[in-house]
Design a protein around this ligand. Structure first.
Ligand SMILES: Cc1cc2nc3c(=O)[nH]c(=O)nc-3n(C[C@H](O)[C@H](O)[C@H](O)COP(=O)(O)O)c2cc1C
Length: 193
């Protein structure tokens, strides 16, 4: 038996990512949970931003944004960037997060976030109160101290310690232990049958 919860908008877990828009001292950070991969070819990330967000104005000015994935320890800074507007607050200054130059876009990436993606807007889709923005990925970065060329990703995921978000509960969590390798462990079921 199951209890129906109604038309929920929340899937879980999702990242709580920090998106940077704008340039230099006008750069702004927003926390977004409605974010996902839209395509691998071309590599494209989708973000959903409410129409009234200051971030939307800034993204439209340059047509670019960076996506920064915080480690779990940054959960307070993440929450702060999700409760204050860049219209009134310099969120880089208040959180003491550090903007560093991107390689291919004008908005900076965030030094303290271990994994960063540079995007150029390829499409906007209106969905109710939101604008879903598709951003083609132009470059990505990982902290040098997380690099491990023996791993498939080229870095060690356990050192990234990504922050995850349970939107329905409004709770920040960290990831547990690795269970297995994808496109591989499923074979154990096939072999039995
Ligand atoms: C955990 C978390 C997730 C959020 N996810 C989204 C989201 O996906 N889309 C959105 O428009 N706002 C989201 N918000 C709200 C914005 O981050 C918030 O309104 C922010 O203050 C807007 O910043 P800005 O005015 O500088 O653009 C989220 C907030 C939190 C705390």
């Amino acid at each position: 038996m199951k209890k129906q919860l109604g038309p929920s908008d929340a899937i879980f877990p999702v990242p709580a990512a920090l998106i940077v828009s704008g340039i230099k001292e006008k750069a702004n950070i927003i926390t977004l949970a409605w974010i996902g991969v839209a395509s691998s070819t071309p590599p494209t990330i989708g973000i959903s931003v409410r129409k009234q967000r200051y971030t939307l104005e800034l993204i439209r000015k340059t047509g670019e944004f960076s996506v920064n994935f915080p480690g779990a320890s940054l959960y307070k800074q993440v929450d702060y960037c999700g409760m204050t507007t860049g219209r009134k607050t310099d969120k880089f200054k208040e959180t003491q997060l550090t903007p560093i130059e991107s390689k291919k876009i004008k908005p900076p990436i965030i030094k303290e976030c271990p994994y960063n993606i540079e995007c150029r807007v390829s499409k906007e889709i209106i969905i109710g109160d939101y604008i879903h923005i598709l951003g083609e990925v132009l470059e990505s970065h990982v902290d040098l101290d997380k690099v491990d060329n023996s791993k498939r990703a080229g870095f060690d995921m356990s050192k990234i310690d990504p922050l995850v978000y349970f939107a329905q509960a409004r709770e920040y969590w960290r990831v547990g232990e690795k269970l297995g390798d994808s496109y591989s462990v499923g074979n154990q079921i096939k072999k039995k049958s």
